[in-house]
Design a protein around this ligand. Structure first.
Ligand SMILES: Cc1cc2nc3c(=O)[nH]c(=O)nc-3n(C[C@H](O)[C@H](O)[C@H](O)COP(=O)(O)OP(=O)(O)OC[C@H]3O[C@@H](n4cnc5c(N)ncnc54)[C@H](O)[C@@H]3O)c2cc1C
Length: 264
């Protein structure tokens, strides 16, 4: 597994008390280096199952089983897809989730960002620096923090298409447009564009946990205020957890709290 998580592809991390602007990849690299310097052993494999073995908990990977008294699950989320015709076939051919990596491919062209939350607006602002025009398509009025909405509103090549949803991604071997539907009137229209970037929240990576760990209806892990799950010794922190507030600074705080609890 790669280290870095959802923020690894972000051009400039917001909301962390950093001395100077920092990209997601630089932040992740600094954290990995700090862990190594602190003596941590890093295993670059996916965990496939966490089980309540006796006497220890077990974390399985494809090649080994690790045993531990405590397990902290910080597996976060994977991006929620539009789940519409054309999206899967055109992934990598105009459909993307990474503004920083793929934005330069659409220099001067029109792109569409789906979603109205913080991530959607943050990435739309990144794309606006490279692309000709960025259309933000969202079902609801902005849910993002006010500063992002104000910044996007003041950016001449960003426009909002509210109360709308994408019903299809159009194109044969690359994206040529999207099919839009006004969710209030039902009216449909097509919008020509070269790229589609969806930021619709995440699906929690909680499948590896045992059945004794409660999840909410969306699959987010339910914890108590000390981040304990229903399985003895198993904690959950960050974006995989129900009630997580969505910012790196909170994930770091949750990690510090659990580390203190485990250290006793
Ligand atoms: C586009 C975008 C921009 C954002 N910008 C900001 C920002 O500027 N500031 C901010 O504070 N927040 C930002 N966020 C939110 C922030 O990224 C998340 O709150 C944060 O990443 C949550 O961290 P996490 O470690 O809980 O989960 P994640 O970041 O999702 O990391 C989970 C990690 O676990 C790994 N993993 C998953 N399953 C397994 C498994 N089975 N075995 C081993 N490893 C596994 C994944 O590969 C990943 O590396 C942004 C989010 C997005 C999508």
């Amino acid at each position: 597994m790669m280290f870095g998580g959802q923020v690894a592809t972000v051009a400039s991390v917001e909301g962390m008390p950093l001395a100077q602007p920092c990209s997601g990849v630089d932040l992740a690299t600094a954290m990995v280096e700090a862990l190594r310097a602190g003596g941590a052993t890093l295993v670059t494999e996916a965990a496939t199952a966490v089980t309540e073995g006796v006497p220890a908990l077990q974390v399985a990977t494809a090649t080994q089983v690790l045993r531990a008294k405590s397990v902290v699950v910080a597996t976060g989320c994977r991006p929620r897809l539009l789940d519409v015709p054309g999206e899967a076939a055109l992934r990598g051919h105009g459909v993307s989730h990474c503004a920083t990596c793929d934005g330069p491919l659409f220099r001067g062209e029109e792109v569409v960002v789906a979603g109205g939350g913080d991530a959607a607006l943050q990435e739309a602002l990144t794309l606006a620096q490279m692309c000709g025009r960025v259309s933000i398509v969202a079902r609801f009025r902005p849910r993002a923090r006010r500063a992002y909405v104000q910044q996007a509103t003041a950016t001449s090549n960003i426009r909002f298409i509210w109360d709308s949803t994408i019903d299809a991604v159009l194109g044969e071997d690359h994206v040529t447009g999207v099919w839009l539907r006004d969710v209030k009137t039902g009216e449909t229209s097509d919008l020509a564009c070269a790229g589609v970037f969806a930021y619709l929240g995440g699906i929690p990576n909680s499948e590896i946990l045992p059945s004794s760990v409660a999840r909410d209806e969306a699959g987010f892990v339910v914890t108590d205020l000390a981040f304990r799950t229903g399985a003895n010794g198993v904690y959950a922190i960050g974006a995989v957890r129900a009630g997580y507030c969505g910012e790196l600074v909170s994930a770091a705080g949750e990690a510090a709290a659990v580390a203190r609890t485990i250290a006793g």
